[in-house]
Write a protein that binds this ligand. Structure first.
Ligand SMILES: NC(=O)c1ccc[n+]([C@@H]2O[C@H](COP(=O)([O-])OP(=O)(O)OC[C@H]3O[C@@H](n4cnc5c(N)ncnc54)[C@H](O)[C@@H]3O)[C@@H](O)[C@H]2O)c1
Length: 350
């Protein structure tokens, strides 16, 4: 009988949603957030050797589908991700994703993974890494505006990496706030549910905006933001989709991932194309200054960059080697004679 089983060269480790959930609990969510943040920090410190391009976006009336590629010369990675703010009304998520790592030398994939959970983890890890460097010293209180999918991850990362003790929740939908408060109960944070965005910002040194709306929204107006805070602006990540009043941007020291992408997608799309920004990786390497005084407003204009996904996938790849939390997926054709793909196909003829 003909052997139709795939060879080992055909098999690519695949991390399913089920395996990712098990991995998070096996490692521990806070440990995993710390681990991913460490990998992101390592990769940001070698920023210059990566291939970089603004992500490739396909827009429609309801949302966007994006491809996010990068490579460090040895390993290539990409993420497929969508953003559809009205999806939740249909019982679908705003953001779903999967991604891949490949060996640059052969072009063969070495990992395929779900990335919906991983995106929430890596976005939170990035936010917290940036806040650890830029937020006022001893920041203990965070306002969390937008209490959807990302919110618990953002809150926990800020606790474990920055040392936040209280999170003050606000969402236009009180059901989202109730869900977030319930999920965070017993996780070592003081959780306060608020009725307005202003109330959520009382006593907060860090303000995270993480709302989803495919339009220019003004979640924070100029008069709401006092001196000496760090704003972690997550939700403005698409052309025509922002969260902050331009006057805040004029008062803030703005830090970005990759300016070429952020000028298209971030809060700074509202500003002139040469509005001054600092690339965060340069703060990590010491090439640029971070916060320089207590009164400054620092703003992380986050849009999510391919290197963060690459780092998160690298982290997962290293973890699954020990845990076995993956399926060998028959993804690559592997004929006995590399030039006889047709012959291999004929073996499956009924
Ligand atoms: N920067 C990044 O790297 C990154 C990564 C992931 C997601 N995002 C973006 O973050 C945003 C949130 O993502 P999510 O997965 O949590 O979405 P989600 O749809 O699960 O949650 C969004 C929440 O925002 C609330 N909201 C909408 N308008 C509001 C307003 N005016 N005031 C207060 N709350 C409001 C909604 O009620 C909802 O609960 C999206 O815009 C998404 O595209 C960015």
């Amino acid at each position: 009988m003909t052997n139709l089983k795939p060879s080992s060269k055909a098999l690519v480790p695949f991390v399913s949603v089920d395996h990712m959930m098990k991995l998070v609990h096996h490692v521990g969510i806070e440990e995993m957030l710390r681990g991913i943040a460490d990998y992101i920090e390592t990769d940001f410190k070698r920023w210059e050797l990566f291939d970089k391009t603004p992500r490739v976006a396909s827009h429609s009336e309801s949302g966007v589908i994006e491809l996010m590629p990068t490579s460090d010369g040895d390993v290539y990675g990409f993420k497929y991700v969508n953003g559809h703010p009205s999806n939740t009304a249909d019982g679908l998520q705003t953001v779903t994703a999967f991604g891949l790592l490949a060996d640059v030398a052969s072009g063969y994939p070495v990992l395929l993974s779900e990335m919906t959970l991983l995106t929430a983890l890596r976005t939170a890890a990035t936010s917290a890494l940036v806040a650890r460097v830029l937020a006022p010293e001893n920041a203990k209180v965070m306002a969390m505006i937008g209490n959807g999918t990302q919110s618990e991850f953002q809150s926990l990362a800020m606790k474990t990496i920055v040392g936040i003790e209280e999170v003050r929740l606000y969402d236009i939908d009180p059901a989202a706030t109730a869900k977030c408060a319930e999920n965070l109960a017993g996780m070592g944070l003081r959780v306060t549910s608020c009725k307005t965005a202003e109330e959520s910002m009382e006593g907060a040194q860090i303000i995270t905006t993480c709302t989803a709306d495919k339009q220019y929204a003004t979640i924070l107006t100029d008069n709401m933001v006092g001196a000496g805070v760090h704003i972690n602006a997550i939700g403005g990540d698409c052309p025509g989709k922002t969260e902050l009043a331009p006057a805040i941007l004029n008062r803030a020291e703005i830090f970005v991932e990759y300016p070429e992408q952020t000028r298209i997608e971030g809060e700074i799309q509202q500003m002139e194309s040469d509005h001054p920004v600092t690339e965060f990786w340069e703060v990590l390497t010491g090439a640029a200054k971070g916060r320089t005084d207590d009164k400054q407003i620092t703003l992380f204009d986050s849009v999510g960059f391919a290197i963060e996904d690459f780092s998160a996938l690298r982290y997962v790849r290293d973890q699954i080697a020990d845990t076995g939390l993956f399926h060998p997926l028959d993804l690559l054709a592997d004929p006995d004679d590399p030039r006889d793909l047709f012959g291999m196909l004929q073996r499956a003829k009924p």
